[in-house]
Design a protein around this ligand. Structure first.
Ligand code: NI
Length: 174
């Protein structure tokens, strides 16, 4: 398994629409393993392939307890079939937008159809953190980020701040 570099805003790849997977083969399985390794290393609870620069409709999630990460879930070509009218609000962060948290209101419950790692079609109804996380990740596959929920002015300020951080030569995280 390989830990991949996570791309961050303003990388234009993050705005692109990912392509559906036709067959879950060796390359896809390797990519999924790499995504999990990269996500766990970065202490995220979800990661989409586009965030490591690969425009495929694949995402991985583990919303289990922070200390013992043990519920890996893989979603290939996920499609939201139904959402509840009831909403919930979480303060969301994103591995592609460092040091930024935004309160976002989303449907509380969603029903999705996806392909699992064995290539089987599955349906899942989810609620709570999993529902929010899935909606966030599926947005990634369509080139949509949490900062797109903000006004252009606020969005530009955040991108400017992050671009500056990336240019700073002395900043290291070890
Ligand atoms: Ni994200």
């Amino acid at each position: 398994m390989t830990i991949k570099d996570i791309i961050t805003v303003p990388d234009e790849t993050l705005k692109k629409i990912s392509e559906p997977i036709e067959k879950v083969g060796v390359n896809e399985t390797k990519l999924i393993n790499d995504l999990f390794e990269t996500m766990y290393k970065s202490k995220g609870i979800g990661l989409a392939a586009v965030q490591v620069g690969i425009l495929k409709r694949i995402l991985v999630i583990d919303v289990s307890n922070q200390d013992k990460k043990n519920e890996p879930m893989t979603f290939i070509n996920p499609v939201i079939k139904k959402v509840s009218e009831e909403t919930s609000i979480y303060e969301e962060g994103c591995l592609s937008i460092p040091d930024t948290f935004i309160e976002i209101e989303r449907p509380k419950i969603c029903e999705i159809e996806f392909i699992d790692i064995k290539g089987r079609i599955q349906n899942l109804k989810c609620d709570g953190l999993l529902s929010t996380c899935l909606q966030h990740e599926i947005n990634h596959l369509d080139g949509k980020l949490i900062i797109d929920h903000l006004s252009k002015l606020k969005r530009d300020l955040i991108i400017k701040k992050i671009s500056k951080l990336r240019k700073s030569p002395d900043r290291i995280i070890v």
